[in-house]
Design a protein around this ligand. Structure first.
Ligand code: HEC
Ligand code: HEC
Length: 284
C-alpha cells in the first residue's frame, strides 16, 4: 500500500515535470511556428513581388532598375519601397507625410489593396485587382521584411547638398560642367524622370508630372525669387516644397508630391548626375 502511494506520487511528479517542461517550452515552439509561417508568407510574397511589382518598383524594390516583360530596361514609375523613409520607425517618414494614422502594416496593405493615383493599380480582388486576400498579405509581409538595421541606420541623404544650385555647380573640385547628352540618358533611363514627365523633345507625352519641355522658361515663373535653375535643382531635391500647378491629369496633387523624394539620396552617391541633368533640362 505504502509502496503504491510512493509509486503514484513519483509517477505524478514525473508527469508534472514532463508537462511542466512542455508548458515552459510552448512559447518558444509557438514562436518558431509563427516565424516559420511568416517565413513562408514572405517567400510567397517575394514571388508575387517579382511577377507583379518589379516593372515599376524595381528588381530589389528601390525603384532604380526596372525591366519590361521582354527583359528590356525601362524607367521605373513606382516609388521606392525598399526605402528607409517608408519602412523605418513605428511611424515612418512616408506615413507622417501622407497623414496616415494607422499602423505601418496597414499603410502598405491598404495602398497595395486599393492602389493610388493614376499608375499604382488596385491589387486586391475586393477592389477589382488580381490578388486574393492571402496574396495581398504575403506581398505586404515581403515589403515590410525589407526593414533592417542596415537600411534604417543608413542616412537618407549622404551628400551635403548646398542651398543653391549655383553653390553646387561652383564645387568644381567635385563636379565637372554639366554634360547634357549624359544628362538626357540619366533623365530617360537611369532615374526614370521621363516615365512621369515625358521626353525632353516632347515626342513621348508626360504621364504623371508636368511636361518639362519648357521648364527653362516655366521654371522661372514658379516661385518668387527663384530662377529656373534654382527651381529645378530644388524641385529634384525637395519635390514637396513647391507643387507645380498643372499635371497631365489635372492640378498636381500635394504636398506631399507624387514625385519620389529620394533623388537627393540617389544623386548624393554621384553628384555629377545632378549637374548633367540640370544641363539636359536647362542647357546650363
Ligand atoms: C504600373 C506601375 C506599378 C506597379 C505594377 C505597382 N506599383 Fe506600387 N506604386 C506605383 C506608383 C506610381 C506609386 C505612387 C503612387 C502615388 O503616390 O501617387 C506606387 C506606390 C506604392 C506603394 C506606396 C509607397 C509609398 O511610399 O507611399 C506601395 C506600398 C506599393 N506601391 C506597392 C506595390 C506592390 C506590392 C506592387 C505589386 C503587387 C505594386 N506596388 C505594383 C506604381 C506601380
Ligand atoms: C513617379 C513620377 C515622377 C518621377 C519619376 C519624377 N517626377 Fe518630377 N514631378 C512629378 C510630379 C507629379 C510633379 C508635380 C508635383 C510637384 O511639383 O512636386 C513633378 C514636378 C517636377 C518638377 C517641377 C515641374 C514644374 O512644372 O514646376 C521638376 C523640375 C521635376 N519634377 C523634375 C524631375 C526630374 C529631373 C526627375 C528625375 C530625376 C523627376 N522629376 C522624376 C513626378 C515625377
Amino acid at each position: 500500500m505504502q509502496l503504491k502511494i510512493a509509486i503514484g506520487t513519483i509517477a505524478f511528479m514525473l508527469a508534472m515535470m514532463v508537462f511542466g517542461y512542455a508548458a515552459l517550452r510552448e512559447p518558444a515552439r509557438l514562436g518558431r511556428f509563427i516565424n516559420a509561417e511568416l517565413g513562408r508568407s514572405i517567400e510567397a510574397g517575394g514571388n508575387i513581388f517579382a511577377n507583379n511589382c518589379t516593372t515599376c518598383h524595381g528588381i530589389d524594390g528601390t525603384a532604380q532598375e526596372c525591366y519590361d516583360s521582354s527583359g528590356n530596361q525601362i524607367a521605373c514609375q513606382g516609388l521606392p519601397l525598399n526605402y528607409n523613409a517608408l519602412l523605418c520607425g513605428d511611424k515612418s517618414q512616408r506615413m507622417t507625410d501622407m497623414g496616415w494614422q494607422g499602423t505601418k502594416r496597414n499603410y502598405v496593405l491598404s495602398v497595395v489593396s486599393v492602389g493610388r493615383g493614376a499608375i499604382m493599380p488596385a491589387w486586391a480582388e475586393q477592389f477589382g485587382g488580381p490578388l486574393r486576400p492571402d496574396q495581398v498579405e504575403n506581398v505586404t509581409n515581403f515589403v515590410l521584411n525589407w526593414e533592417s538595421e542596415t537600411l534604417c541606420a543608413a542616412p537618407v541623404v549622404t551628400y551635403d547638398w548646398p542651398e543653391t544650385a549655383e553653390e553646387f555647380l561652383a564645387r568644381t573640385d567635385e563636379v565637372q560642367p554639366g554634360d547634357a547628352t549624359r544628362g538626357a540618358e540619366l533623365y530617360s533611363v537611369t532615374y526614370g524622370c521621363q516615365a512621369c514627365h515625358g521626353s525632353l523633345d516632347g515626342a513621348a507625352p508626360a504621364a504623371i508630372g508636368p511636361s518639362l519641355v519648357n521648364i527653362e522658361t516655366d521654371g522661372a515663373t514658379r516661385v518668387e525669387g527663384m530662377d529656373a535653375l534654382q527651381y529645378v535643382y530644388h524641385s529634384i531635391l525637395f519635390p514637396s516644397d513647391h507643387i507645380a500647378p498643372e499635371c497631365p491629369t489635372g492640378p498636381c496633387a500635394g504636398p506631399p508630391s507624387a514625385m519620389p523624394a529620394n533623388f537627393g539620396a540617389r544623386m548624393g552617391e554621384a553628384p555629377q548626375d545632378m549637374a548633367d541633368i540640370l544641363a539636359a533640362l536647362l542647357g546650363e
